[in-house]
Design a protein around this ligand. Structure first.
Ligand code: SF4
Ligand code: SF4
Length: 409
């Protein structure tokens, strides 16, 4: 008797699709055994390698034409990082009504609906817009503001990226519709792990980070996390074990000598938290993957630190808006932000945007312990006095208070 896997490997695609366990019919079952082809719409399989023309016919619709003459219309719905199932079902019902039964979730967090006629694509875009959805972002426009999963699912988050996305989106909304010099991507990550992007290939990146070493209540470590494992969690060996008179590990402390505020210990142990008064974001610009213009490159830091100002982030939003407006007003057609800066030079970029150059920005902080005059990253070698007030004296957040109550210390 043929096994199910053998049958899956040999059965024709049409037969696979009719099977009750096919992802289209039972998405939760066996999807991983299906050949990649099963996930590709038939029109794309027929025209693989044959697409020759791409035309943006509306801010939210792209027409792609194959050399066989077949056409496909891609309607882009710009979505926030989280949407309810009700919203998704509403969009999918419309996709079924006007499309060919296929959608694509894009890397920038958008939903792309495939249609086979311009008439259907335009009708779909109209109905989506009438219902209040944001249809746009194709071509030389803002593609989306992409963020990481942040607080709800992640214990490492330093800032709430969702509020940054909302505050920025409210201000940059029109850039998803109007023609810009080139494509624009904005990525926000709530910590330097940068799952949402920011350090990498985004035109504008925003990354949350703590400007001081995490706070720790050393004596609580022994009940919340094993000190020995906590030591191993620190990539730079900045955590020191506290031992009792018999040499047994009873706690730990952050020495603050070489801590780079990566937050790994915070992720590892609930007795460690960021100081809410010393969290914020850095802003980077000029990341790009494509080899057009000045070629690919990583984004560079242009604003080292903006203190967190949730929920509307006025300073951050004003700075990003100014960067985008300067680029829109001065860039040549086809110039991504990186290409634009390469052409005019960094000095001119800072002059046009009015942003303080990083070294100027650092100046007022220069006298504060831990900040160097030559770089944006805090240096903790001089923070000894400051460290003392962090260790063992502060209850950082509600969770710590709850922990204390639970353990009746
Ligand atoms: S970037 Fe940081 S906060 Fe965001 S999902 Fe990744 S680890 Fe979590
Ligand atoms: S924040 Fe990172 S470098 Fe600093 S003590 Fe924690 S794990 Fe070590």
């Amino acid at each position: 008797m043929t096994s199910l896997l053998d049958w899956i490997a040999t059965a024709p695609l049409e037969e696979l699709r009719k099977h009750p366990l096919h992802p289209q019919n039972k998405p939760e079952k066996l999807w991983r055994f299906y050949p990649a082809k099963a996930w590709i719409p038939p029109i794309c399989q027929r025209n693989y390698g044959k697409w020759k023309k791409r035309r943006v016919i509306d801010p939210g619709i792209v027409e792609v034409t194959s050399e066989t003459g077949e056409k496909l219309y891609l309607v882009k719905v710009i979505l926030p990082v989280r949407v309810s199932t009700k919203t998704l079902y509403e969009i999918l019902d419309l996709a079924d009504k006007y499309g060919i039964g296929w959608i694509q979730a894009s890397k920038m967090g958008n939903l792309i609906i495939l249609c086979d006629s311009e008439e259907n694509a335009r009708a779909l875009a109209k109905e989506l817009r009438d219902k209040g959805y944001l249809v746009g972002g194709w071509g030389n426009r803002l593609w989306n503001i992409k963020i990481c999963s942040t607080y709800i699912t992640c214990t490492t988050a330093v800032i709430d990226a969702v509020t940054v996305e909302k505050a920025l989106g409210d201000v940059l909304y029109e850039y998803t519709q109007k023609e810009l010099p080139a494509k624009l991507t904005i990525k926000v990550s709530a910590c330097p792990n940068a799952c949402g992007g920011g350090f990498d290939a985004s035109d504008i990146g925003i990354v949350g980070y703590p400007a001081s070493i995490p706070m720790m209540e050393g004596w609580r470590i022994k009940v919340l996390c094993p000190p020995r494992s906590l030591l191993e969690a620190c990539p730079v060996g900045d955590i020191k074990m506290i031992k009792d008179e018999k040499g047994r590990p009873v706690g730990a402390e952050i020495r603050g000598q070489v801590c780079m505020a990566c937050g790994r210990c915070h992720d590892f142990c609930d007795a460690i938290a960021y100081d809410p008064n010393e969290i914020g974001v850095m802003v980077l610009v000029g990341g790009k993957c494509s080899n057009t213009g000045a070629g690919p490159g990583m984004a560079k830091v242009v604003i080292p630190f903006i203190p967190a100002e949730p929920p509307r982030w006025p300073t951050l939003v004003a700075a990003i808006k100014r960067i985008v407006d300067v680029w829109v007003a001065n860039a040549k057609k086809g110039e991504r932000l990186r290409d634009f800066i390469e052409r005019i030079g960094w000095n001119k970029f800072f002059e046009l945007t009015g942003l303080p150059r990083p070294e100027e920005y650092i100046k007022p902080l220069d006298k504060a312990p831990g900040w160097t005059s030559y770089g944006w990253q805090p240096l903790y070698l001089r923070r000894t006095d400051e460290n003392k007030r962090y260790i063992g004296t502060r209850i950082s957040n509600d969770m710590m208070a709850i922990s204390a109550a639970l353990f009746e210390f």
